[in-house]
Design a protein around this ligand. Structure first.
Ligand code: ATP
Length: 305
């Protein structure tokens, strides 16, 4: 049987509002996601027996962290395949091969992206034929960011990030991403957020109106000014050196600079291709920066190739 290939983008959060911790341990989020042109690829090959296996590799030198990605049932792509199989009663297994470009533990939802890609790839490879809405239900059970990575484009995320609704947006944006040498655990950043905010009143999160207005207008300058991330203080507390990375991009004239999700990847918005090249060049001198990538967004979600 011939393999099925799926490309899946990374996500960034144009804003990330974080509310007070809920009884189930999750924080309510109010975010606007954008899918960006930095893609992992998942190849699914059906097996005759019932095993589900995964391999992970990267052609990008700066992605040596792929070595820490689990290659057992903890891999999110494997969990996605198992969930789909349990829900559809398929008996075959699958070999999953992940080609990683999205940084690991970089705040760009690489693991969730692979889960979304695995759902789409296995659904095709096994011929289970679930329609998008059914895949979205499974995606929501796998993780907060997984439904958005099926969807792609721009979207408002609510709940703990898993409820995705479309947003009126126009324009294509030029981004520069500064990847750090080591990943940052999302769990550790939320724990630091709780530690810092103990005794403070944390407001219910909301998506800022100026950000939605900037997206509706396709106004990069206004979007740059409206970028926000409530996890900044917590991530910088764990990684103070990221402050230098952000400053270098701002000095290079970025329209906006924030951390991506829980970090440590830093995002810079540029006005055009040349501007993004200038910012990328300036960032190559940042000590905390392992790799600099120019990218565009929005792009579609997980798709067969
Ligand atoms: P998020 O932005 O969703 O918080 P992240 O981008 O910071 O996540 P990921 O790259 O998704 O982080 O990885 C977080 C952890 O998940 C890794 O350290 C790894 O142990 C585990 N993991 C499981 N499956 C995968 C996968 N397919 N790719 C990457 N990491 C995975």
């Amino acid at each position: 049987m011939s393999p099925v290939n799926v490309r899946v983008p990374a996500k960034i959060n144009l804003c990330l509002g974080v509310g007070p911790v809920r009884d189930d341990g999750y924080h309510p989020l109010a975010t606007v996601y954008q899918a960006v042109d930095l893609h992992d690829e998942v190849r699914a090959t059906v097996r005759e027996d019932d095993a589900i296996t995964v391999t992970v590799h990267s052609d990008v030198d700066a992605r040596s962290e792929v070595a820490v990605v689990p290659v057992d049932d903890d891999n999110l792509a494997v969990r996605a395949a198992r969930l789909l199989r349990d829900r559809t009663g398929v008996s075959a297994g699958v070999d999953l091969a992940i080609r990683k470009v999205i940084p690991v533990a970089g705040g760009m939802a690489g693991g969730s992206a692979d889960a979304a890609a695995s759902l789409v790839a296995c659904n095709e490879a096994w011929g289970t034929g679930l329609a998008r809405p059914a895949l979205e239900v499974l995606a929501g059970q796998l993780g907060s960011d997984v439904p958005f990575l099926l969807h792609g484009g721009n979207a408002v995320g609510g709940g703990r990030g898993e409820t995705v609704s479309p947003v009126l947006a126009r324009g294509s944006y030029h981004w520069v991403f500064a990847m750090a040498h080591d990943g940052l655990s999302t769990k550790a950043v939320f724990a630091e957020f709780d530690r810092i905010n103990a005794g403070r009143t944390v407001a219910e999160p909301a998506v800022p109106d100026p950000l939605l207005a900037a997206l509706r207008a396709g106004d990069a300058e206004a979007l740059g000014a409206a970028l926000s991330n409530d996890l900044t203080e917590a991530a910088l507390s764990l990684r103070p050196e990221l402050e230098d990375t952000l400053s270098i991009g701002i000095e290079a004239g970025a329209l906006g600079a924030i951390l991506s999700g829980s970090g440590p990847t830093a995002l810079f918005l540029a006005s055009d291709e040349q501007h993004s090249l200038d910012i990328a060049f300036a960032l190559t001198s940042a000590a905390g920066c392992a790799d600099v990538v120019q990218s565009r967004g929005p792009v579609p979600g997980a798709r067969l190739v």
